[in-house]
Design a protein around this ligand. Structure first.
Ligand code: NDP
Ligand code: GDR
Length: 331
């Protein structure tokens, strides 16, 4: 019998990649989707990966426990991946209460729904390297103390500890993946890599001249979402639940990654990039660099794509997206 997986956040970047991975492993995939003003759900990313018709969408919202219970009763999952969140750090200062409701309490709702409706299912919580904040150590591993520096990071930390608590209190097979930044052509348009790849494509195609950015010196450990969803799946295949850091072990600054993107399109970044102080954060996380040696040893996981390769793939995808309507109009 096919194994059954239930994914919250299936319309987001990671949800779409994970759905594709699980379908390739012959899972029956169910996704939670919320209604929006423009329709029941947005399937753009699932469409891009060609898997929209292969997943079963169930209506619900992390804020509505009754909808989660109903969805789980329908899906009867063997594995649950809680990827839904208000995931944009900057927005978490503008909407801290919403971020707390969705990202923190939403995870608590998911844990409760799991405990009530399918306690033997394996549970994955999308924890974040942002929980380390201004870490005292140059690299961060599972033993590095957390110092959250945004409402988003604080909300993720609550969700993280609740997952650990439900594991210890109720015996749930619940694991947290502490994932460092991961990108792809399906990344949300507000995140820095996608802002850069879209702008490079628009400048290259002659639609735009300038790109304004905030902090250029911040360093992140950037990987590819396709590799990271594989780590999520591998974590749930372990006999015992486990919390693991997932990262590439290499970091680059925003300036470095920007230079890679512009150079890939044959452009000089210094002619196009300006600084906008309005894009600076109330509290920046200066540098993150993950040590994923435990994941490598336990899961045999290692990333296939690095930051520069991923960035170049994103630029190519955004150029193709811009050129498609032009090509169609010419035909
Ligand atoms: P996205 O922002 O692309 O996707 C977020 C998803 O959450 C969307 O499907 C969104 O649905 C859904 N969602 C938001 N609010 C609700 C709600 N109230 N009820 C139900 N669904 C909701 O995130 P990513 O795919 O990039 O990340 C996946 C998870 O991993 C997130 O929890 C994120 O915080 C975490 N994470 C991400 C990292 C990264 O680098 N990408 C690194 C570490 C952690 P809708 O389409 O309707 O808006
Ligand atoms: P992050 O990703 O906050 O790390 O969270 P983001 O791409 O938003 O920022 C990365 C770094 O780039 C700097 N920056 C800018 N950021 C944005 N968005 N826009 C800009 O114009 C800009 N200029 C500079 C930021 O200050 C920051 O230092 C992501 C999300 O996916 C979270 O959900 C996830 O938990 C973490 O990664 C790990």
């Amino acid at each position: 019998m096919a194994r059954r997986a239930f994914i919250t956040g299936i319309t987001g970047q990671d949800g779409a990649w994970l759905a594709k991975l699980l379908l390739s492993k012959n899972y029956e995939v169910f996704g939670l989707a919320r209604r929006s003003g423009s329709g029941f759900f947005t399937a753009e990313r699932l469409d891009w990966l060609g898997v929209t018709r292969d997943v079963t969408m169930l209506e619900g919202d992390l804020l509505d426990l009754s909808s989660l219970l109903r969805a789980m009763q329908n899906a009867r999952p063997d594995e649950i991946y809680n990827l839904a969140a208000q995931s944009y750090v900057m927005t978490s200062w503008r909407q801290p209460l919403l971020t707390g409701s969705v990202t923190a309490m939403g995870a608590a709702n998911m844990l409760e729904a799991t405990r009530i409706a399918c306690p033997s299912a394996r549970f994955y919580q999308a924890s974040s390297s942002e929980m380390f904040g201004q870490a005292a150590t140059a690299t961060q591993s599972e033993t590095t103390p957390f110092q959250p520096r945004s409402p988003y990071a604080a909300a993720k930390l609550y969700a993280h500890w609740m997952t650990v608590n439900y594991r210890e209190s109720f015996g749930l097979h619940a694991s947290c993946g502490i994932l460092f930044n991961h990108e792809s052509p399906l990344r949300g348009e507000e995140f820095v890599t996608r802002r850069i790849s879209r702008a490079v494509a628009a400048i290259r195609c002659g639609f735009q001249q300038k790109l304004s950015l905030g902090c250029m010196e911040a360093r992140r450990d950037w990987g590819h979402a396709r590799d990271y969803v594989e780590a999520m799946w591998l974590m749930l295949q372990q006999p015992e639940p486990v919390d693991l850091v997932i990262a590439t072990g290499t970091s680059m600054s925003v300036r470095d990654i920007c230079r890679v993107a512009f150079a890939h399109a044959g452009l000089d970044m210094d002619r196009h990039v300006t600084h906008d102080p309005a894009l600076l954060r109330p509290a920046e996380v200066d540098a993150l660099l993950g040590d994923a040696s435990k994941a490598r040893d336990l899961l045999g996981w290692k990333p296939r794509s690095g930051a520069a390769d991923t960035m170049r793939e994103m630029v190519d995808a955004d150029i193709a997206r811009l050129q498609l309507p032009l090509r169609q109009a010419a035909e």
